[in-house]
Design a protein around this ligand. Structure first.
Ligand SMILES: CC[C@@H](CC(=O)C(=O)O)C(=O)O
Ligand SMILES: [Zn+2]
Length: 330
C-alpha cells in the first residue's frame, strides 16, 4: 500500500526498493522519487572535464585508508531529507516553533564508516558533508593536486569569478535527498561514486518555490515540500517545471549561483560520493537592464535585510510590504 512503482521493463520493481510514499520511477541505475511537476533534461552535463579524475578511485576503502585522522561532520535525519539550516540564525525568540530537521555529529572517518555500514532501515539516515582540508592524508592531497585545475582556472578567469571558497566532500546513503534550495556561489558539482539525480530550476522560479525569509534558519531553502506539496499555501508551485539529470561518476554539473537545485542519491544504487567546487562571484559589473533574475533575487535579499533591520522585528516586514504594495503597485 502507498508504494506506486512504474514496473518499467519486464523486471518491474526490485524487492529492495523501500516504501516510497509518492512512488518511484525506474532508472537504468536504480529508482528516482516521483514528484508532481514536469521535467525536461538538463541540456549540458560536462562528461569530459577530467576535473576529479584522480578521485574516481575514492571508494570507501581508499578513503578510509587515506582520508586521515581529521574530524568529519555527519548529519542525521529521521527521514530521507537533509534540509540545511543555519544554526547562527536559529533564534527561538524569532522562530519559536523551529525544530532542526536534522542533527549533526563530528566523528573520525573510520567511526563514520562503521555506522554507515551497520545502518538498518528505520534508523536515522546519515550524510557526511565536510570541507576537504589539509588534515587529509598524502595520497588524497596528491589526488587533489592532480584535479584538472588548469581547466577550472580557465573557466574562473573567462567568467571573472572570485576565488575558490571551498571544496566539500559528500558521502550519502542511497535515497538521501537534499531538498531544493539555492546557494550564493557558483558551483561545479563533480560526481565521484554512485548516481545522483539533480533537478534544477532557474532563479526566476523564486515565485514558485517560496523561499523562507532571509532571517529564518532555512534561508535559501524552499518552503515547498516536494513529497507533500501544500498548494493552498504555495499555489504557484503548481507551475513548477524542472531540468533534471542523473550524474554518473566523472560527470560535472555547473550549478550557477542562485539556481535552485534538488539533489538525491538514487534508490537501490548504493552510496554516493560527490565533491563540489564553490566559487565566490566576481566584482559587480555595472548594472545591465533589463535586470537579470539573479540580480532581482539579490535585490530582494538586500531589501529583506535592510527592512528587517530597520523595523527591528521580522514580523513587521510582511505588513510593511503589504501597505507599500496593495492597492498601489498590485
Ligand atoms: C548536500 C549538498 C548537495 C549538493 C549541493 O546542494 C551543492 O553542492 O550546492 C548534495 O549533494 O546533496
Ligand atoms: Zn546547494
Amino acid at each position: 500500500p502507498g508504494l506506486r512503482v512504474d514496473p518499467v521493463g519486464a523486471d518491474g520493481p526490485s524487492a529492495d526498493v523501500p516504501l516510497v510514499p509518492g512512488g518511484v520511477i525506474r532508472h537504468k541505475h536504480g529508482y528516482m522519487r516521483r514528484y508532481f511537476f514536469p521535467m525536461e533534461p538538463v541540456p549540458v552535463i560536462l562528461t569530459d572535464t577530467n576535473l576529479v579524475k584522480p578521485a574516481l578511485s575514492w571508494n570507501l576503502e581508499y578513503l578510509e585508508k587515506n582520508l586521515g585522522d581529521g574530524d568529519f561532520s555527519v548529519f542525521y535525519s529521521k527521514d530521507h531529507k537533509f534540509k540545511y539550516y543555519d544554526q547562527a540564525k536559529y533564534n527561538d525568540k524569532v522562530v519559536p516553533d523551529f525544530t532542526p530537521p536534522m542533527s549533526q555529529a563530528t566523528m573520525k572517518f573510520s567511526e563514520f564508516l562503521v555506522k554507515f555500514r551497520q545502518w538498518k532501515h528505520g534508523q536515522p539516515r546519515m550524510y557526511l558533508q565536510h570541507p576537504l582540508n589539509d588534515s587529509v592524508g598524502k595520497a588524497i592531497k596528491d589526488d587533489f593536486l592532480a584535479f584538472n585545475w588548469k581547466w577550472l582556472e580557465s573557466v574562473q578567469k573567462e567568467h571573472n569569478w572570485g576565488n575558490l571558497s571551498s571544496n566539500l566532500i559528500y558521502i550519502g546513503m542511497e535515497g538521501n535527498v537534499t531538498p531544493v534550495h539555492y546557494d550564493e556561489q557558483e558551483n561545479f558539482f563533480a560526481q565521484v561514486e554512485g548516481f545522483k539525480r539533480c533537478i534544477l530550476f532557474p532563479p526566476e522560479t523564486f515565485e514558485c518555490l517560496y523561499p523562507y525569509p532571509v532571517f529564518h534558519p532555512h534561508d535559501r531553502q524552499s518552503q515547498v515540500d516536494f513529497d507533500k506539496p501544500d498548494f493552498e499555501s504555495f499555489p504557484k508551485a503548481r507551475h513548477l517545471r524542472g531540468f533534471e539529470c542523473v550524474l554518473e561518476p566523472g560527470d560535472v554539473l555547473y550549478i550557477p549561483k542562485y539556481w535552485w537545485h534538488h539533489v538525491e542519491s538514487l534508490l537501490g544504487a548504493g552510496h554516493t560520493t560527490s565533491i563540489n567546487f564553490w566559487y565566490k562571484s566576481g566584482p559587480l559589473t555595472q548594472v545591465e537592464y533589463p535586470l537579470k533574475p539573479q540580480r532581482k533575487v539579490a535585490m530582494i535579499r538586500n531589501l529583506e535585510k535592510v527592512v528587517t533591520e530597520a523595523l527591528g522585528n521580522p514580523f513587521e516586514v510582511g505588513p510593511l510590504f503589504e501597505a507599500l504594495a496593495l492597492g498601489r503597485y498590485i
